[in-house]
Every structure is written in C-alpha cells, then in structure tokens.
Design a protein around this ligand. Structure first.
Ligand SMILES: [Zn+2]
Length: 307
C-alpha cells in the first residue's frame, strides 16, 4: 500500500476528497480504498493476513501497470545503510545482522534489481547497481515498548551523525529492531497487526525504512522456508527486499505507482517463485534467498528476473 503524500492541511483535504470520489465511483470497494489511503508519508507492507483480507481488490490492482508521476527515483547506484538497534539484553538471531548485510551486498546486479531498469525518471533509466554503504549497531535502550515513526527517524539521524553518513536521493537507511519491539504509525496502524515494514522519508531526501523483527510474529510477516537456516533473518530479508525495490522506484512517493497507489512491491506482496532445493527462489553470488516478486510493466505481471 502506498500512502498519499500529505505535507499540509490543504494536501490532506485533497487526499480525502480524492478518496470520496474513488468511493463514489467504485461502490463496493470503498473499504479497500479507505485502507489504501492512510495519513502520513509512510508506505507500508501489509501483513500476510491484512493482504489476504484485501485479496480481491489486490488482484484487481494487478491488472494495471505502474505509471510515472514525475518525481525522482534512486536512479544511480542505491547505497544502503543497515542500522541495527539492538539494546543490550534484547534478541536477534545469531546470523541476523550478517545475513541482512549479505543481502545488501548481493542484490545489486541481480535479476530482481534488473527489473527496476525498465523504470526511469526525468534523467534516465534506473541502473542495476546497489551497494552496502555501512552498518551501525546501537545497543542503547528503546525509549518505550512501542516505537513511533518519529523515534525511528531520530534513530536514523543518530546513526548518520555517529557514522558521518549523509542524506541523498540515492542513500537509503534501514532501521532493524529487535524481537518483540513494535512500531506504530498511530493507535491502529502497528507492526504485525497491520504492517510488516514501511519506507518513508523526512527532511531533505533522508530516505529510510522501518524494519521490525519479523521473528516476533512469523505468522504475520514470515516466509515459508529458510534457505539460510535462520527463519528470522530470511523473513526479514524478504520484507527488506520489498521496501528496497519500492524505495528505488518510488523514494519520495512521487515516481512509480499504479492508479490505486500500489508500488512495485505491493502488487506482488507475498508472491514467491519456484523454490530450489535449498528453499530459496533466487540465487545471487551463490547465496540463496527467498524474496517476493516485483511488478514488471513489460509483462504486466510479477517477476524475479525482469524486464
Ligand atoms: Zn509496499
């Protein structure tokens, strides 16, 4: 689900007005339209259950391609930054951080990332290149049992300052939290009940993604196999891939999405490829991963190796 960009009260009014028009035109899809539009800049990946509840409109959405809305993409090499906010005494699996970093090192040049190259912005087509810019481990305590989006943003700023990282339309900061820690966008929009992860931005092109620990609730946010023998890491890598591909093609919510506001990953959420013997559906640099497909306008369908 992609959320409407709401910068000021006027924009909010427009978003609500647009919603009413959609509701009036589409009748029985009022509920889905309402679900597809929520306040804020964040763009969230629904839990498996949340996705299933809206399966019919989601299938309908798959019949229409992504269109371009004139904003920037992460057109040149996307540099990713892994921020692991793992307070002393909290839990992440023993290979969690290393496997996630390995994904960031493997995804550039892959068939999945190549799918992005069919999409462009006003300066040209996206190139198939991505690198891990660095990682940061923060063992300080969480301010509360449930983090707000503002607190996730503060963590991004903290890591940037500590590491000397800069904001850029090609830099993407991932905040990974430990098992049991929730993130809520408001009182009813929380990790594991509504979403598994989201990507957003603040300030001047500070792009980030909030990545709750999928192993907190694998029924909501997990994958079905574990090609790397670490179901928590394998599950988080899948939702990381979703947010990564979406940020590349729609970093500010103004580039590529369909007429319902669905981005490249939303249209194929929880749809995987054929599994190999290791339980992965892709093999990059000899490493297996299970990642969802992404939307390919050229075939008007979901793919792992586009275009
Ligand atoms: Zn999404």
């Amino acid at each position: 689900m992609r959320r409407m960009i709401i910068i000021a009260g006027t924009a909010l009014t427009c978003a609500l007005a647009a919603l009413l028009v959609v509701a009036a035109l589409m009748g029985n899809t009022v509920e889905a339209a309402a679900l597809d539009t929520a306040p804020g800049l964040q763009h969230a990946l629904r839990t498996r259950q949340n996705q299933q509840n809206t399966a019919a409109p989601a299938r309908a959405a798959r019949t229409n391609n992504l269109t371009y809305h004139n904003g920037p993409t992460m057109r040149t090499t996307s540099t990713t930054y892994a921020i692991f906010w793992v307070p002393t005494g909290s839990y992440v699996s023993s290979t969690y951080e290393s496997l996630i970093q390995r994904y960031f090192g493997d995804v550039g040049g892959s068939g999945l990332y190549n799918n992005n190259t069919q999409y462009s912005d006003t300066t040209g087509h996206i190139i198939n290149s991505s690198t891990l810019g660095g990682s940061y481990v923060d063992t300080s305590a969480y301010p509360s049992g449930t983090l707000t989006d503002a607190q996730v943003q503060q963590e991004v700023s903290k890591a940037m300052t500590a590491k000397g990282w800069t904001a850029s339309i090609t830099h993407l900061f991932f905040v990974f939290t430990a098992k049991g820690e929730n993130i809520c966008l408001n009182s009813s929009t929380c990790s594991f009940t509504y979403f598994c992860a989201y990507h957003s931005h603040f300030g001047s092109n500070t792009l980030y993604a909030a990545m709750p620990y999928t192993g907190t609730n694998l029924a909501a946010c997990g994958v079905s196999t574990s090609p790397n023998g670490d179901i928590d890491a394998d599950s988080t890598i899948n939702v990381t891939s979703h947010e990564h591909m979406e940020a590349v093609t729609d970093p500010l919510g103004s580039a590529w999405y369909d007429s319902r506001g669905n981005e490249i990953g939303d249209k194929c959420a929880w749809i995987f490829g054929t599994l190999n013997a290791a339980g992965g559906d892709v093999t990059w640099n000899g490493h297996n991963y299970i990642v969802q497909k992404e939307w390919d306008n050229k075939i008007s369908g979901c793919t792992l190796t586009g275009p």
